[in-house]
Design a protein around this ligand. Structure first.
Ligand code: PGA
Length: 249
C-alpha cells in the first residue's frame, strides 16, 4: 500500500516565538494516524522544531535547498547542512519558488540529484497555472514538469520521491480543485510515471494534492484512489485545522 502523507508547508511565516507556540499546539493535537505527518518551518526555525518534535510522529522537513554541495552561494542552504541538523526530507519545485525565484526545470533536476545523493526524500511539487487549465493544456504542462526534472532518474530512486500536484490557481486562493479534478490529474500523473517506469514503481509513489486543502474538503479529496495525502499551506499554520486534515484519512 502507498504511504498516506500530510505535510504542512509553513512558508515564510512564524518567527521563533510563534513557531514555539505552534509546536506546543501541534504536540497537544498529536494522535496516532495512518498518515505520515510532516511540517516544514522556515530555515531559522528548523533546528528548534527538530529538537522540539524529536521522538514524536511529526517529521521536520525543509522548504527548499541549493543543488551545490557548498561554496559561494550567498543566502543559500545545502543538503549537507540540512542533514547535519536531522532534516531528511525537502520540498522542491514549489510554484512560489518557480515563480518568484525563477527556479527552472533544469535547476530542479540538479536539486533532485543532490538531495537523492544525500539520501534525502523529496516532495516534488508541480502544477499548471490557470491559463493552462483554461486552454486545456494542464496535462501537457504537468507531464513536462515531471519529465524535465525526474525522468533522468533510474526508477528505483522513486522510493524516495513523493509527488505533490499543486495547481497554481488553487494555492492560497481558497479555490480548491474538485476531488474529481484532483483524481483525474493524479491518475494521469501515475499513468505518465507508469509509461516510463512501469506500474510497479508508479503504484508505489505517493501523490499529494495541494492548493487550499482544508478540514472541510480534505476527506473528499483523500477518498479518491490516487490522492495519497496533502501538502497544506495556510491551514497548516493552525494546529487544530492541520490535525483535522491529518485525521481526514
Ligand atoms: P495553500 O498552499 O494550502 O495555502 O493553498 C498550499 C501550498 O502552497 O503548498
Amino acid at each position: 500500500m502507498r504511504k498516506q502523507i500530510v505535510a504542512g508547508n509553513w512558508k515564510m511565516n512564524n518567527d521563533l516565538v510563534q513557531t514555539e507556540a505552534l509546536l506546543i499546539n501541534l504536540k497537544k493535537q498529536i494522535q496516532t494516524s495512518s498518515a505520515e505527518v510532516m511540517v516544514a518551518p522556515a530555515f531559522t526555525n528548523l533546528y528548534h522544531a527538530f529538537e522540539s518534535l524529536k521522538g514524536l510522529n511529526i517529521e521536520v522537513i525543509a522548504q527548499n535547498m541549493h543543488y551545490a554541495e557548498n561554496g559561494a552561494f550567498t543566502g543559500e542552504i545545502s543538503a549537507g547542512m540540512l542533514k547535519s541538523i536531522g532534516v531528511n526530507t525537502v520540498i522542491l519545485g514549489h510554484s512560489e519558488r518557480r515563480e518568484y525565484f525563477n527556479e527552472t526545470d533544469e535547476a530542479l533536476a540538479k536539486k533532485v540529484d543532490t538531495a537523492l545523493d544525500h539520501d534525502m526524500r523529496i516532495i516534488f511539487c508541480f502544477g499548471e497555472e490557470l491559463a493552462d487549465r483554461k486552454s486545456g493544456n494542464e496535462e501537457m504542462v504537468v507531464a513536462s514538469q515531471i519529465k524535465n526534472a525526474l525522468f533522468h532518474l533510474p526508477g528505483w530512486k522513486f522510493k524516495d520521491i513523493i509527488l505533490a500536484y499543486e495547481p497554481v490557481w488553487a494555492i492560497g486562493t481558497g479555490e480548491t480543485a474538485t476531488p474529481e479534478q484532483a483524481q483525474d490529474m493524479h491518475a494521469f500523473i501515475r499513468k505518465t510515471l507508469a509509461n516510463q517506469f512501469g506500474y510497479d514503481i508508479a503504484n508505489r509513489v505517493s501523490i499529494l494534492y495541494g492548493g487550499s486543502c482544508k478540514p472541510s474538503n480534505a476527506k473528499e479529496l483523500f477518498t479518491k484512489p490516487d490522492v495519497d495525502g496533502g501538502l497544506i499551506g495556510g491551514a497548516s499554520l493552525n494546529a487544530e485545522d492541520f490535525f483535522a486534515i491529518v485525521n481526514a484519512f
